[in-house]
Write a protein that binds this ligand. Structure first.
Ligand code: F6P
Length: 323
């Protein structure tokens, strides 16, 4: 049987994943592999939902959002017996390498599959949260930023017409990267990080100072933190304790959709190519990262932690520019 590799997407989807899938499939075929697409992430390995891909099965997808392979958060994969089932299935199909496009949780699963069953894995950072340690970038982040910025520009229009303050909650889980980037890019007045904020004194003071100097609208970006919908608590707090009326908009899953930006397409293509090259040259347990503008392969062990930090200077920039 010809040697094969497989590719799957796991965790939250993100624009640009299709570009990475296309790149993996076409590079894999060029390298002489049979290439299988696994549907619905690790769950597809358990349910044996795979399909042999051809050059044309990934045609006309580079510009599409989402992932043609679908994705899932597979809780069963936390259990060793299911990882064994997945490994047995891969081996039965002569699949010698698996490309995983996903975030931190997916990388943990890939690592266990490799350690316990000697499956060669090549990971590609794919999450709008951009919170994979060891990489400056993950697929989907750029498009998600642009989607959020476009939405907030529209909110600014109506906020200004009505002299209002808006709280806008963005995704990112415990990572504040979407929040801080979007805040700076939209000229937001302030940003709230649930894991850091103790009182809203500073936020309220910023809004009131803006109003008193004649600002016609204010936007406060709320990082969602570990719980979607915290914006409601901050809205109530601002009303009850600071006499500030605000509107709340939770951007939600629109941030995960849409046609990928040029960067997400380009980076997906680069990362997919590099991941397959790693497998074909016998490397295993790798991640294709982007660091200081360059793409490179690093050991998976370097990328297993979640990265929640961002350059603290960004907060100073926001504060300075939103006066
Ligand atoms: O990890 C990506 C992400 O979009 C987070 O920003 C968000 O908190 C989460 O996924 C939402 O997950 P789900 O789509 O499973 O509700």
């Amino acid at each position: 049987m010809k040697k094969a590799i497989a590719v799957l997407c796991s965790g939250g989807d993100g624009p640009g994943m299709n570009s990475a899938i296309r790149s993996v499939v076409r590079t894999g075929i060029e390298q002489g592999y049979d290439v299988f697409g696994v549907y619905k992430g690790f769950a597809g390995l358990l349910d044996e939902e795979i399909e042999k891909m051809t050059l044309s099965s990934v045609g006309n997808i580079i510009q599409r959002g989402g992932t043609i392979l679908h994705s899932s958060r597979c809780l069963e994969f936390h259990e060793a017996k299911y990882r064994k089932k997945a490994a047995d299935f891969l081996k039965s199909k002569s699949i010698v390498g698996l490309v995983i496009i996903g975030g931190n949780g997916s990388f943990q699963g890939a690592n266990l599959l490799h350690q316990e069953h000697d499956i060669s894995v090549a990971c590609i950072p794919g999450t709008i949260d951009n919170d994979i340690s060891g990489s400056d970038y993950s697929i989907g982040f750029d498009t998600a930023l642009n989607t959020a910025v476009e939405a907030i520009d529209k909110i600014r229009d109506t906020a200004t017409s009505h002299d209002r303050t808006f709280l806008v909650e963005v995704m990112g889980r415990s990572s504040g990267r979407i929040a801080i980037n979007v805040a700076i890019a939209t000229g937001a007045e302030s940003v709230i990080f649930p894991d850091q904020v103790k009182t809203l004194d500073g936020v309220a003071a910023t809004i009131k100072r803006g109003i008193s100097r004649g600002k016609q609208s204010s936007i406060v970006i709320v990082a969602e933190g570990d719980q979607e919908g915290l914006g409601y608590n901050y809205q109530k707090d601002l009303k009850d304790n600071y006499e500030l009326d605000t509107k709340l908009c939770i951007l939600g899953h629109i941030q995960r959709g849409g046609n990928p930006s040029a960067s997400d397409r380009f980076n997906g293509a680069r990362m997919g190519y590099l991941a397959v090259k790693a497998l074909s040259s016998g490397e295993t347990a790798t991640v294709t990262v982007k660091r200081n503008g360059s793409f490179k392969l690093v050991p998976l062990s370097e990328c297993l932690e979640k990265r929640n930090d961002f350059d603290p200077e960004l907060l100073n920039i926001l504060k300075t520019l939103s006066m």
